[in-house]
Design a protein around this ligand. Structure first.
Ligand SMILES: [Zn+2]
Length: 174
């Protein structure tokens, strides 16, 4: 029998929201790994998480790897629950108004060029000759200027650096 985890009530409150996505053993492992992830600031690895939660001598190392490879948990459902938690937290603390103010109302304007291909919607770039083209679908003809705030463009750049690609669906293309 493995020793129970002692987690802060605040963290446990957040984790209980995702409890239905796991079986009981998987949830215990997940809680330990999340606690380790929060406690470990340098090594974002399984070993780092076990070290961060001070579980390296209490849990077998394989337990964490088993959790990622074969344990039963609903990844899609977990993603939706976490997204719901983030949105609720942002709205609950008034961050939505601050974000709107910073992103849309108070930011400088900029004109970006967006691919008008219905399945695409990525930002176009200028090639060496100064011609606009979509870097994804290679479209060069249907590219439209869109006026937006510079902060919004920076937000899309930040998301892109995280591997999240936003596609813009132009109003008159729907
Ligand atoms: Zn395109």
């Amino acid at each position: 029998m493995l020793p129970p985890l002692n987690l802060p009530v605040s963290l446990l409150g957040v984790l209980m929201a995702v409890r239905p996505c796991f079986t009981a053993p998987s949830f215990t492992t997940f809680c330990g790994l999340v606690a380790g992830l929060a406690g470990q600031v340098r090594r974002r690895t399984v070993v780092g998480m076990l070290l961060g939660a001070c579980l390296q001598h209490l849990w077998p190392h394989d337990r964490a790897h088993y959790s990622f490879s074969r344990a039963r948990w609903q990844l899609d459902e977990l993603g939706l629950v976490v997204a719901r938690l983030v949105v609720d937290a942002l709205i609950g603390h008034g961050a939505a108004m601050v974000i709107k103010d910073r992103l849309l109302d108070e930011s400088d304007g900029t004109i970006q060029y967006v691919c008008g291909n219905v399945e695409c919607g990525h930002f176009a770039i200028k090639d060496r000759k100064g011609n606009l083209r979509c870097p994804v679908c290679e479209n060069t003809s249907k590219i439209y200027p869109v006026q937006t705030s510079y902060a919004f463009k920076l937000l899309l750049d930040e998301l892109l650096s995280l591997g999240v690609v936003m596609r813009l669906q132009l109003e008159d293309m729907r």
